[in-house]
Design a protein around this ligand. Structure first.
Ligand SMILES: Nc1ncnc2c1ncn2[C@@H]1O[C@H](COP(=O)(O)OP(=O)(O)O)[C@@H](O)[C@H]1O
Ligand SMILES: [Mg+2]
Length: 229
């Protein structure tokens, strides 16, 4: 497994370990940033499934855009929140209310599951699959990581880590705001989930995203480690 820890937008320290459950490595001085806007068109030699984890408001969706050039509307990005808007009871005026409708969550998850299985089965259309979300449904995550591996994909866990106060601040600017108590609960769930999921990944990256940075719009696609000889 590879373990990577880096501040946002900077290249990584990469540690190779023999252990399938490696601890996160310590922060190291970062080398100079790499400019890489044009590599977006290049496909990874081995397909990748990237599983995001992090608090609501930590910056997961933004990192996906910044790093891979995918918006949440892209078919390569699988996200329960983007499926739930198709539920018959979804109300744009009260965006979170649909989650209280019995069966709505499962309904949306079934759509994600179908899209995920279809993406796994279609290497040409989906050389890179990104699963957006907090990552806190551990069993489902582990099942999907196993399925991706089984399908021959490189499995990466990308943890966008922020302090609670950062998530609270960023949530405060949104239409659908997650209250403090929910964020506190999520913080425990996310930490536990990452600890449980990291052993199932080929690569783990912890990206500290507390610092606000301007969005360049230029994808900073990092190379798939499998490309290296
Ligand atoms: N490093 C950053 N610098 C500036 N703004 C950020 C940064 N990371 C996230 N944001 C902003 O915080 C908000 C939440 O980010 P988002 O990616 O939607 O979070 P998540 O998908 O984890 O819920 C967005 O407005 C986003 O632009
Ligand atoms: Mg998001």
């Amino acid at each position: 497994m590879l373990v990577v820890l880096l501040p946002a937008a900077l290249p990584s320290l990469v540690v190779r370990t023999a252990s399938p459950v490696a601890p996160f490595c310590a922060r190291s001085p970062a080398p100079a940033p790499r400019a890489s806007g044009c590599v977006l068109a290049e496909r990874p030699r081995r397909r990748e499934a990237i599983f995001l984890a992090g608090l609501p408001g930590s910056g997961k969706t933004r990192v996906i855009k910044q790093r891979f050039g995918f918006t949440r509307d892209d078919a390569s990005v699988l996200d329960l929140d983007k499926e739930i808007v198709h539920h018959p009871n979804y109300d744009p005026e009260s965006m979170a209310a649909v989650y209280d409708v019995p069966g709505a969550y499962e309904w949306a998850d079934e759509r994600v599951e179908r899209a995920f299985r279809a993406a796994l089965a279609d290497p040409d259309a989906f050389p890179r699959i990104v699963l957006d979300g907090t990552g806190t449904k551990v069993k489902r995550r582990l099942d999907r990581m196993a399925a991706a591996r089984e399908a021959g994909l490189w499995v990466k866990l990308l943890y966008v880590r922020v302090k609670l106060k950062t998530a609270l601040r960023r949530n405060g600017k949104r239409r659908r705001q997650v209250p403090l108590e929910t964020l506190q609960l999520y913080q425990r769930l996310v930490d536990a989930a990452v600890a449980a999921e990291k052993g199932a990944a080929d690569e783990v990256e912890v990206l500290d995203n507390d610092t606000d940075r301007a969005f360049t719009g230029v994808p900073s696609l990092r190379p798939n480690p499998n490309k290296r000889p």
